[in-house]
Design a protein around this ligand. Structure first.
Ligand code: GDP
Ligand code: MG
Length: 404
């Protein structure tokens, strides 16, 4: 896998987690590419084929130039490790990202100056607010396409839009992602924003977003790598040598019944980007190499599962009680559509960490929903759940819940 390409002790660099948000085509991926030099759109083909959770990650080491105090990826002393996660285009994936698949400390909400506020801009701001992400930087992108007057008009529209929201006092930075204008202003904000305290003392919890077989065809047997898992540590710490378990794990049919078998293995390596590390804590994108046969991890076989230390994860469950809160309006669609009350027996799509499940409401009392799930999940009290309802064949985010 990756090699240590620079002599940087990245284990000790503080990590800031940045989430991209904003309407489709407003320039999120282009901006991410301009900031990091990396493309995050590699999975778009796979996304077209169905609902899978493949968040696009791109990481950088932000450096500080001691002479002039500026920040960049090119020169200076390593200052911070910044892990960006790109928002997937699919509305349900957005819910997933926000419900816990990714840790987000700060969000860049991209608004194209030539188009202004669009349904997904609105949706993402409401969703960020519901997830209590209050640090939002507004990127007024594509300023190369508008006149001064248009830029000013757009600025006023943004100001009006954020009034009364968590983003009311957020900075608005005029940018051209394509022409690389004002990227230094974004780096400076990312360098100077406060990194929240991480929970390193709880039992380790890693949410699996991807799983791979990284061996090239024809690799010699003694050079084969074990199965690799990509995702993020939500809390606790993991280190090379740890004995681990993965749940729900393998999905098998036995005596005509679908059962789930916990996968047990050991961590053989940890990677942050191209850097091999020996121990990792919460935040950022992390790849875990294991002793598992690659056949088990290929083609995202284990994505949606969670990973913890051996015998430390809760049991899987098909039943869940969620304290749910609805949005006032259906998000992500043009116009205003009120969200109807929850109905007994209706089907809702839930996103919990990196997994998605469909559940039927079997009981409800006030805002407490008892749900029966088609795919089991691993319940952690207090975890966020994205709730979607089907409208004309599309799952639309209608609220959030908390596991109780
Ligand atoms: P996303 O859907 O938000 O990720 O948007 P993309 O990054 O894929 O960008 C959509 C289109 O807008 C692409 O054709 C980009 O080249 C273009 N674009 C992005 N940023 C800028 C910009 O600052 N100026 C101009 N003129 N075009 C841009
Ligand atoms: Mg994109």
């Amino acid at each position: 896998m990756g090699k240590t390409s620079e002599n940087t002790n990245i284990e000790n660099l503080p990590i800031l987690n940045v989430g991209m948000a904003g309407h489709i085509d407003h320039g999120k991926t282009t901006l991410l590419h301009a900031l990091t030099g990396k493309f995050t759109d590699v999975h778009s083909e796979e996304l077209k084929r169905g609902i899978t959770i493949k968040l696009g990650y791109a990481d950088i080491i932000l450096k500080k130039n001691k002479n002039n105090g500026s920040y960049s990826v090119d020169d200076g002393e390593p200052y911070r490790y910044i892990s960006f996660v790109d928002v997937p285009g699919h509305e349900m994936l957005m819910a997933t990202m926000l419900s816990g698949a990714a840790i987000i400390d700060i969000a860049l909400l991209v608004v194209a100056a030539n188009e202004g506020i669009k349904p997904q801009t609105r949706e993402h701001l409401v969703a960020l607010q519901a997830k209590k992400i209050s640090k939002i930087i507004i990127i007024q992108n594509k300023i190369d396409l508008v006149s001064k007057e248009q830029a000013l008009k757009n600025y006023k529209e943004i100001k009006e839009f954020v009034k009364g929201t968590v983003a009311e006092n957020s900075p608005i930075i005029p940018v051209s992602a394509q022409q690389r204008v004002n990227l230094d202003k974004i780096y400076k904000i990312l360098a100077e924003s406060v990194i929240p305290e991480r929970d390193v003392n709880s039992e380790a919890l890693f949410v699996i977003a991807r799983s791979f077989d990284i061996n090239k065809p024809g690799t010699k047997v003694n050079e084969l790598h074990g199965g690799v898992l990509g995702g993020s540590i939500k809390r606790g710490k993991l280190k090379v040598g740890d004995e681990i378990e993965i749940k729900p794990g393998l999905n098998i049919i036995e005596k005509n019944q679908r059962i789930y078998e916990t996968v047990k293995t050991k961590i053989t390596s940890l990677y942050r980007g191209n850097y091999s590390i020996s121990e990792a804590g919460p935040g950022g994108n992390l790849a875990i190499e294991t002793e598992l046969d690659m056949a088990l991890t290929k083609a995202d076989n284990l994505s949606g599962c969670v990973l913890g230390k051996l015998n430390k994860l809760p049991e899987i469950t098909h039943n869940l009680i969620v304290h749910a809160k609805q949005f006032q309006e259906v998000l992500g669609v043009e116009g205003h559509t009120k969200v109807d009350e929850f109905k007994l027996n209706e089907l809702l799509m839930l996103s919990v960490n990196t997994s998605i499940s469909v559940g039927r409401i079997t009981q409800m009392k006030n805002n407490e929903l008892n749900m029966e799930l088609n795919i089991p999940i691993i319940p952690f009290k207090g975890d966020n759940v994205g709730i979607a309802r089907n409208f004309l064949g599309h799952w639309r985010l209608i609220g959030f819940g908390e596991i109780i």
